[in-house]
Design a protein around this ligand. Sequence first.
Ligand SMILES: Nc1ncnc2c1ncn2[C@@H]1O[C@H](COP(=O)(O)OP(=O)(O)OP(=O)(O)O)[C@@H](O)[C@H]1O
Ligand SMILES: [Mg+2]
Length: 255
Amino acid sequence: MIELFNISKTYAKSDRKAVDSLSLKIPDGKIFGFLGPNGAGKTTTIRVFCGALEPDSGTVLIDGIPMAERPLEAKRHLGLVHDNPELFNRLKANEYLNFVADVFGISAEERRLRIQEYSGRFGLADVLSASIGGFSRGMKQKLGVIASLIHDPSNWVLDEPMVGLDPQSAFELKEIMRQRTKAGRCVFFSTHVMEVAEKVCDELAIIDKGKIIFTGTIDALRRRREGVEGRKGAEEESLERLFLELVDSSRGETT
Ligand SMILES: Nc1ncnc2c1ncn2[C@@H]1O[C@H](COP(=O)(O)OP(=O)(O)OP(=O)(O)O)[C@@H](O)[C@H]1O
Ligand SMILES: [Mg+2]
């Protein structure tokens, strides 16, 4: 479980908050989607709660462990897939995976099994002894996914994970998300791809201009639209349309 309380972050040389008094609870056992337009604050939020960026104010708890006071312990409970899969280009894929496994103190047998399983599922088994520098973007992305799972984290966080993946790999990724939540784990991912959010997410949060403008199920988003606007037929609406309307109406309220 990931809990954020009143997180704010303004980047140096910026005059506006990238994340503004944001509170969010990401429960275990659910695939939680994080949606928002470009520049809304998704990556900043993720970097803050994974301990890569210090917030100006607010508290992050990972499985109840405060990131500010006990960062190493909190980070052991997290697996993060970055939006930009820039890895150690000079290493071979298996050197990189073993390096990450070393950092987390994973036994030789456990790492062997996990690397075997995930490299098989993502079609990377044959290239593990090749240099990462020669990998395509999608291959790097998948290697980053495997690395994020090497310590079997209770919270799996992915920033735009579908970008650059072929259909088979995207399918595997969604399968792994489902398997993990079925086993009671936490899965949180940001995306621009509405069809993916609609099919995969049990719950979602929508962010715009650093503020959460909706959290709940897609059904609740539909009901909200009917309630607020007295419109019928929202169950027929695609998430894309609901999303665009919500962002529009929240901007109307604040400007
Ligand atoms: N390193 C940085 N320095 C200064 N400002 C930044 C930096 N990174 C992001 N920002 C600003 O913070 C705001 C939020 O950016 P962020 O990257 O969190 O958005 P995002 O929702 O992840 O967008 P995208 O969908 O494009 O990935 C934007 O206004 C952006 O310009
Ligand atoms: Mg981003």
